[in-house]
Design a protein around this ligand. Structure first.
Ligand SMILES: *[C@@H]1O[C@H](CO)[C@@H](O)[C@H](O)[C@H]1NC(C)=O
Ligand SMILES: *[C@@H]1O[C@H](CO)[C@@H](O)[C@H](O)[C@H]1NC(C)=O
Ligand SMILES: *[C@@H]1O[C@H](CO)[C@@H](O)[C@H](O)[C@H]1NC(C)=O
Length: 116
């Protein structure tokens, strides 16, 4: 019983840690900006939404190796999405990020990607 409670606490902490702004990789001073984009989805009542963001974007190409991806949560009240890198990322020329919102919350996230 005690273990179950501890596991729940760990999951709760992980969830909180990931709901804020997220980053993957390290930006080097010589890296250039690949893209910077504000992603906004309105809230849907009683629904947690799942959205995907891919690099490169549709109808665009990218031949730079990604070095860092920053997701800046523009909701400063802790209701931002849970972000996961599900494909590619630093070291690759492509990436897909999954953003899962909290129920009743939309999202407003700025995605900034650097590469070389
Ligand atoms: C940044 O990139 C340059 C060129 O690729 C490399 O020489 C340098 O060591 C890198 N610096 C860091 C802190 O990774
Ligand atoms: C998203 O966040 C930015 C930066 O805080 C703000 O300027 C913009 O109005 C927000 N967009 C929406 C739809 O809330
Ligand atoms: C958090 O802030 C956003 C943008 O200002 C707003 O849409 C949302 O309702 C807020 N959520 C809570 C739980 O206050």
């Amino acid at each position: 019983m005690k273990i179950i409670v501890q596991v729940c606490v760990i999951f709760a902490i992980v969830a909180i840690a990931y709901s804020a702004s997220t980053s993957w990789g390290i930006q080097n001073a010589t890296d250039s900006l690949i893209l910077s984009k504000n992603v906004v989805y309105p809230a849907i009542r009683n629904t947690a939404q799942t959205h995907y963001f891919s690099i490169p974007q549709s109808y665009q190409s990218n031949n730079k190796l990604i070095s860092a991806i920053y997701l800046q949560d523009q909701f400063i009240n802790g209701s931002g999405p849970t972000n996961s890198l599900i494909w590619g990322g630093p070291g690759w020329t492509y990436a897909t990020i999954q953003m899962r919102t909290q129920s009743n919350s939309g999202l407003n996230v700025t995605v900034v990607v650097y590469g070389k």
